[in-house]
Design a protein around this ligand. Structure first.
Ligand code: ATP
Ligand code: MG
Length: 259
């Protein structure tokens, strides 16, 4: 569903993402773990065609990105850091506008799909309040509802647990597990090991056993977390050249295939 080859993004002298190869297959729940500033959001933005890669290749659902973005994105639900919404409009109206803005937003089913998405994220009942009156966690839930409203085949979620309370994390985890059971492929990033670690009760991506990690993990280094070191670590991890051991991961990928 998602393949990248030697994907790299530079902002001037900063290499945000360096030579990353990932391979997410249909039905996977794929958790990407990395510390602050390690390039998770940049990677997600490239997958969605929101920023151009400096070099490397991206395929999403068999199509090159960003060239085929308009064809591909109709089947993708996405949540990227700090989801935006019109602050003076209600959550429900925001979802209506979003749904009407592109293909796949069938008018006849819109109301039902929006009701369902609001219910799924626990916003039913408060969806008529203007978004400016939403708390951080409520905004995050609205972002998740926006990702779900078109019933996507692939969900790309950047730190879906941001701002959520323990109930919200538990409910989101259950929701993602249910969607996974229904055949939705899930790619999510997090800086919290607990959110992507398999077998962790509080984990969003976990819950079932992890069959394999696609990228060898380097151990958490002591000392400073400089960007240069992070990038070096990631490069070593992503090219499989780490010889320094396994978890706790500095950068790791945890993939739970559908059973
Ligand atoms: N638009 C930009 N211009 C310049 N540098 C950027 C830009 N966006 C990201 N960066 C840099 O790229 C690196 C990776 O940032 P990114 O936001 O992708 O990290 P992240 O893993 O999502 O971090 P966090 O866990 O804090 O969300 C950082 O060094 C950041 O400063
Ligand atoms: Mg980020």
């Amino acid at each position: 569903m998602i393949t990248t080859r030697s994907l790299t993004k530079r902002y001037g002298s900063v290499t945000a993402v360096r030579s990353v190869d990932i391979d997410v297959r249909e039905g996977d729940r794929y958790g990407l773990l990395g510390p602050n500033g390690s390039g998770k959001t940049t990677l997600v933005r490239m997958l969605l065609g929101l920023v151009f890669a400096t070099s490397g290749e991206i395929e999403v659902m068999g199509c090159r990105m960003p060239r085929h973005a308009s064809r591909v994105l109709r089947d993708v639900g996405a949540l990227v850091e700090g989801p935006a919404a019109y602050p003076n409009l209600s959550g429900r109206t925001n979802l209506k506008l979003l749904d009407a803005a592109g293909p796949r937003g069938d008018r006849r089913t819109r109301r039902r799909r929006i009701d369902n998405a609001l219910e799924q994220v626990g916003l039913a009942g408060i969806d008529r309040r203007p978004v400016k009156a939403y708390s951080l966690g409520m905004r995050q839930r609205l972002g998740l509802a926006a990702a779900l409203v078109r019933r996507p085949r692939l969900l790309i979620l950047d730190e879906p647990g941001n701002g959520l309370d323990p109930h919200g994390i538990r409910d989101t985890r259950q929701l993602l597990l249910d969607l996974s059971q229904d055949g939705v492929t899930i790619f999510l990033s997090s800086h919290l090991l607990a959110e992507v670690a398999p077998g962790s009760g509080s984990s969003i991506a976990g819950g079932l056993s992890c069959r394999r990690a696609s990228i060898p993990c380097a151990p958490l280094p002591a000392g400073s977390w400089s960007t240069a070191r992070m990038q070096a670590r990631w490069r070593r991890c992503s090219t499989g050249r780490s010889s320094t051991g396994t978890a706790p991961a500095w950068w790791s990928v945890i993939r739970t295939p559908r059973h």
